[in-house]
Design a protein around this ligand. Structure first.
Ligand code: RBV
Length: 422
């Protein structure tokens, strides 16, 4: 029996079209790994719960885990990112889905609890909400060893788990899949980078000639800055880390404090993982230029001070799906994308399938690794093994028909030795 709550089951046919498209763009996850999983059934009898954006790419991951023998439960990792058609299609395939676009915070956690009620053995989180809920409300799952280990998809989640570990309250083995090279070099840089196009589609304005502020210069935001420049924008980067600020400067971007950048910015896009990138004060709000577009591509909706902007606005007018015009007391208009939530996922379909292929290839192999090594795992954070990271890299290259060199034994000894010099 499939357990589920989705918005509209009649959307399944449309969802199948989306999944069909993603299948062909995700050869590592949907073909190579899945075919082996189908034969070897490494996840037989295992329940896997994923708190992930419910997209066609997540659907491909769910199919692969299911092919490996797992029973899969899914809930959304953001209230506005669920593709209702995909959710409906997955239910028809026997995936247990609890997600719909536009759920309230209360409903969001209800969905997470439905997944945890299934007593999952592996949790795959995106942002840490499910694993934190397991720690707070489902202690038995941890104490009795039902949860064997967990996997985290995104930078914000990893940051939260590092804080938990430091405090000594992380009670499960946890693999920060986000930090693997095959994840963050591609998903974060290219996926979020190109996400500026998906995000701006909410307004459909031209980047060329605009003053664009990119808050942050980490993996995600540096990709965004590069893409904005490629589209012809005059790009300013804001940072708090001296090395990243230098990197941005030497890459040719303007670098300055956000307060100095605000008055001329036409578009402000954030992906810092921090809160209140624009401080929630009247002084800062008054610095914003009339007509400015505000969008966030970071995990949570507090980078742009959404709540405070809503409070300050005299009028909030929805102008199209998930785009609002906020009128300030002085008559100035500010355009907010996706209610401050991940605008690339809310206003479009998130990262393209090609990069998610690597992220979800890693997630698939890590679930298998967890089961194979379950007796050896201890609570705390453990890096994704380098051979699994490399494996996904090799598989991706192979799927693209790209060849590369291999070291000779002599070369290997040279780079691993110290004896040879001048
Ligand atoms: N992300 N998933 C998608 N198309 O399914 N797009 C983006 C998708 C993930 C990505 O891995 C990132 O780390 C996370 O969403 C942010 O919540």
């Amino acid at each position: 029996m499939t357990n589920y709550k989705v918005a509209d089951e009649s959307l399944a046919e449309k969802g199948k079209e989306a999944l069909y498209l993603a299948e062909s763009k995700m050869p590592v996850t949907a073909k190579v790994i899945r075919e082996r999983f189908q034969k070897e059934k490494p996840l037989d009898g295992i329940i896997i719960a994923g708190c992930l954006h419910i997209t066609k790419e997540t659907g491909i991951l769910a199919r692969t885990l299911k092919a490996g023998g797992a029973e899969v439960y899914l809930c959304g990792s953001n209230p506005l990112s669920t593709q209702d058609d995909v959710a409906a299609a997955l239910v028809q395939e026997g995936i247990n889905v609890f997600a719909w676009h536009g759920n309230t915070d209360e409903e969001f956690y209800w969905c997470i609890r439905q997944c945890l009620n299934a007593k999952p053995n592996i949790l795959i989180d995106d942002g840490a909400d499910m694993i934190v809920t397991a720690h707070q409300e489902y202690e038995d799952l941890i104490k009795l060893g039902t949860i064997i280990a967990c996997q985290e998809e995104t930078t914000t989640g990893v940051k939260r788990f590092k804080a938990m570990e430091k405090k000594g309250v992380l009670k499960v083995p946890l693999f920060p899949v986000n930090d693997a090279r095959c994840k963050n070099h591609f998903d974060n840089e290219l996926g979020t980078g190109q996400g500026i196009v998906s995000a701006i589609y909410g307004m459909h304005v031209l980047f060329a000639g605009k003053s664009v502020v990119i808050a942050g210069y980490g993996h995600c935001s540096s990709g965004m800055a590069l893409r904005a420049r490629g589209l012809g924008a005059n790009v300013t980067v804001t940072e708090v880390d001296p090395i990243k600020a230098l990197q941005a400067k030497f890459a040719g971007f303007n670098v300055m404090p956000i307060a100095k950048a605000l008055p001329t910015a036409d578009i402000i896009l954030t992906a810092t993982g921090c809160k209140h990138v624009i401080a929630p004060t009247t002084e800062m709000f008054n610095l914003l230029k009339d007509g400015v577009i505000l969008g966030n591509l970071g995990h949570f909706d507090i980078e742009i001070p959404t709540k405070e902007l809503y409070e300050y606005a005299q009028e909030i007018k929805p102008i199209r799906s998930n785009v609002e015009e906020l009128m300030f007391p002085d008559g100035k208009k500010v355009y907010l994308l996706a209610k401050g939530r991940l605008a690339n996922l809310v206003l479009s379909e998130g990262h393209p399938s090609e990069v998610m292929d690597m992220s979800f290839g890693l997630q698939s192999l890590m679930s298998e690794y967890i089961i194979k090594n379950k007796t050896k795992l201890k609570p705390g954070m453990v890096d994704v093994p380098i051979d699994i990271d490399d494996k996904v890299g090799f598989l991706k290259l192979e799927s693209m028909g790209v060849e590369m060199d291999t070291l000779t034994e002599e070369q290997y000894n040279y780079i691993h030795g110290y004896e040879a010099g001048t």
